[in-house]
Design a protein around this ligand. Structure first.
Ligand code: NAP
Length: 338
């Protein structure tokens, strides 16, 4: 069945891939933007990837901000399903964690309330593996796990995603909404255009060789094309309502990412070794991203993708391929080493 989907934050790295996957499936799409000026940029990003450019006739836009009520009721008119992807995704954690938590949580509730008022009963929410990963657990983690908000390593971003997802589940249960969440690990793969905010920030930082060594930490990774596919497969499968789905191909240490890039670009200065803990503790006062990692040093975060494989039939693009696709895009576009 073709749907009329409201996709929030269509200007984002992941959302543009979701928009492409939705248009390729024949759905109609209304994408929300904070500024109407970005509409042509989104169309231009999608156009080269559509076999028939007339598919863009099924794409329209609405202007709405997660922090304001205006625009959401109009955005929902005629919509049959919502994919709520918009949320602040910063590279560096803000001093005031509410700067992330407020738009994430209140924005999610604003979108869900508007959906419910318009009679929409199906919602797919882009959550994150950070809402799953629990620092107190060393075993493989799955959809029954939740981030511990009180743990010292829990960043403002992790809190924003966890609290937003929990608020969505509470709202869905109370109002009979068919909610599915997709919980991606670090999202890699090729962007559709050069407007991808801070989404490839970690990959860019390793490739640029900014750090001589990397923190001993590893995390789950997934290709953006698989993340988009999972949002659409969730929509196709009503039986996924009421469930979370981890989206990850596997896990890799940061030094493993460096080694992968060094093998692909052997003449470049790319870090491949792990930094000792004492050095990172010395650097932490001067580098907020290292500071945020200190409580997690030595961890390789591992998650199970079994539910996505068994219930959605996902076969994930391997981690190395996803990371290499990002690196190749950054290099060939001249974004780095130009
Ligand atoms: P992105 O490129 O920064 O996209 C974020 C989107 O959210 C943008 O369209 C942005 O709009 C919009 N947005 C932010 N604040 C907003 C506000 N106050 N009102 C309206 N829209 C707002 O990041 P992304 O990587 O695609 O992330 C998309 C989603 O995936 C987020 O929910 C993120 O938490 C989740 N996620 C990402 C990753 C990852 O590794 N990238 C991993 C797991 C989960 P503007 O373009 O106007 O800024």
């Amino acid at each position: 069945m073709t749907e009329t989907i409201l996709l929030t934050g269509v200007s984002g790295f992941i959302a543009k891939h979701i928009a492409l996957a939705a248009l390729l499936r024949g759905h109609s799409l209304r994408g929300t933007l904070r500024s109407p000026d970005r509409a042509e940029e989104v169309r231009a990003a999608l156009r080269p990837h559509l076999p028939d450019a007339s598919a863009l006739d099924r794409l329209s836009f609405a202007v709405a901000d997660l922090e304001r009520d205006e625009g959401w009721p109009e955005a929902m008119v005629g919509v049959t399903a919502v994919i709520h992807c918009a949320s602040p995704f910063p590279l560096v954690q803000p001093k005031d964690e509410q700067a992330l938590i407020r738009p994430a949580v209140e924005g999610t509730l604003r979108v869900l309330r508007a959906a419910q008022a318009a009679g929409v009963t199906r919602v797919i929410l882009t959550s994150s593996c950070v809402a799953v990963l629990n620092d107190g657990k060393d075993a493989l983690q799955d959809e029954d796990d939740w981030c511990d908000l009180a743990a010292p390593g829990t960043t403002a971003y992790a809190k924003s995603k966890t609290l937003a997802e929990k608020a969505a589940w509470d709202f869905a249960r109370a109002n009979g909404l068919g909610l599915t969440t997709i919980n991606p690990g670090l999202v890699a793969g090729p962007p559709l255009d050069g407007h991808f905010g801070s989404s490839l920030g970690l990959i860019e930082r390793i490739l640029k060789g900014r750090d001589p060594m990397l923190p001993p930490y590893g995390l789950p990774v997934v290709d953006v094309r698989d993340v988009a596919e999972m949002h659409l497969r969730a929509l196709d499968r009503p039986e996924t309502a009421g469930k979370r789905y981890i989206s990850a191909a596997g896990s890799i240490p940061l030094a493993g990412i460096g080694q992968l890039f060094k093998a692909a670009y052997p003449t470049r200065r790319i870090p491949t070794r792990e930094a000792p803990g004492f050095l990172l503790r010395l650097m932490a006062p001067f580098d907020p991203s290292i500071r945020a990692l200190l409580p997690k040093l030595g961890r390789l975060e591992r998650v199970s993708n079994l539910r996505a494989v068994q219930e959605m039939g996902m076969t994930f693009i391997p981690v190395s391929q996803a990371l290499k696709a990002s690196a190749d895009w950054l290099v060939t576009s001249g974004r780095i080493w130009a």
